[in-house]
Design a protein around this ligand. Structure first.
Ligand SMILES: [Zn+2]
Length: 68
């Protein structure tokens, strides 16, 4: 099992969210809780059924909205 810092380093290195238990990228995105400074995004791993939450922190803002 990756700890929080190891997991973060791997996600940044690969620009891809992965399971901290088995490192699979076969994830289902669940509920998202948005606060004023943090976002908690839930994931379930489809390969080992591990449930985890990614914690995002506020880094800035920009004009307009992302093109979808
Ligand atoms: Zn997994």
């Amino acid at each position: 099992m990756l700890d929080s810092e190891q997991w973060r380093s791997l996600v940044i290195a690969g620009s891809q969210t992965l399971c901290p238990a088995c490192r699979s990228t076969n994830l289902t995105i669940g509920a998202c809780a948005i606060g004023s400074m943090t976002v908690h995004q839930e994931y379930v791993c489809e390969d080992c059924q591990h449930e985890f939450t990614a914690l995002f922190a506020l880094t800035g803002c920009y004009e307009g909205h992302t093109e979808q």
